[in-house]
Design a binder for this molecule. Structure first.
Ligand code: PEP
Length: 256
């Protein structure tokens, strides 16, 4: 199987409070990221900060991503929406779609699918979040994740598939005290690969990174990477702490 470069993505959510603070955190992360060449680093700030941070990042070690998009391409009479092409023009290379905090606000699988298709059509790379709300021993959570993947990727062509990353984020592990057990993460990664290859064929999915999100921190990053065998992480809280996020980048960079 082709080796995928590790990718570490920071999701700043609705933080920090000011652009000034955002600039400070971003430039500290940029400095560390420029030394971690074996890792692709992406920061997803609030939409308003994309353009100003982009002017600082051009040609730099950190790519930018948006945290959401509208499902409408281009422009039009859609009050309050920001289209994928606008995000791209503002400097985003990536976009997070289907985060559990948006699903919680009522975003359905059908809307997520439309957003994915619209984003791919303008050349954005999609960080597609999936994950169960809870686990029990009957394995229903596997079916749940499978359904999310099928619905979200409906109509995505094999050609566009390399622009999709699957971010497995079990809702119960987000903003929690503990991350998933590495053994359980590894099982889920294998399961997601199986689902993808049944859907698209084995060759098509080789280059689709499967990353993990949910309480990743400097203490657990090494075990999650080695034993979980994921291709990277989507990091929430610790991505606003440049020191800790820097450690996560350095650990990922130092591992084979
Ligand atoms: C997230 O919200 O995507 C996330 C992974 O958050 P945290 O790292 O804080 O658990």
């Amino acid at each position: 199987m082709a080796k995928i470069k590790k990718i570490i993505i920071g999701n700043w959510k609705m933080n920090p409070a000011t652009l000034k603070e955002a600039r400070i955190i971003f430039s500290k992360i940029k400095k560390i990221a420029s030394l971690c060449k074996k890792v692709d680093t992406v920061i997803c700030p609030p939409t308003l900060y994309l353009s100003p941070l982009f002017s600082k990042s051009s040609g730099g070690a950190v790519a930018l991503g948006a945290q959401n998009t509208s499902s409408f391409e281009g422009n039009g009479a859609y009050t309050g929406f920001v289209s994928p092409s606008m995000l791209k023009n503002a400097g985003a290379e990536f976009v997070i779609i289907g985060h559990s905090e948006r699903r919680r606000e009522g975003e359905t699988d059908a809307v997520i699918n439309k957003k994915i298709l619209a984003s791919l059509s303008v050349g954005l790379k999609v960080i597609f979040c999936v994950g169960e709300k809870e686990r029990n021993h009957d394995g229903h959570f596997l079916e749940f994740v499978k359904r999310q993947i099928h619905s979200g990727l409906q109509g995505v062509s094999k050609k566009a598939l390399p622009d999709v990353l699957i971010a497995y984020e079990p809702v119960w592990a987000i903003g929690a005290e503990n991350a998933i057990l590495p053994r359980d993460l590894h099982q889920m990664k294998i399961f997601i690969r199986k689902v993808l290859s049944e859907f698209f064929g084995p060759n098509a999915v080789e280059k689709v990174p499967v990353i993990y999100g949910g309480t990743v921190n400097p203490e657990n990053v090494e075990t999650l990477l080695l034993a979980g065998e994921v291709d990277g992480f989507l990091v929430g809280r610790e991505s606003l702490n440049s020191k800790n996020f820097g450690i996560i980048l350095q650990v990922a960079h130092s591992l084979k």
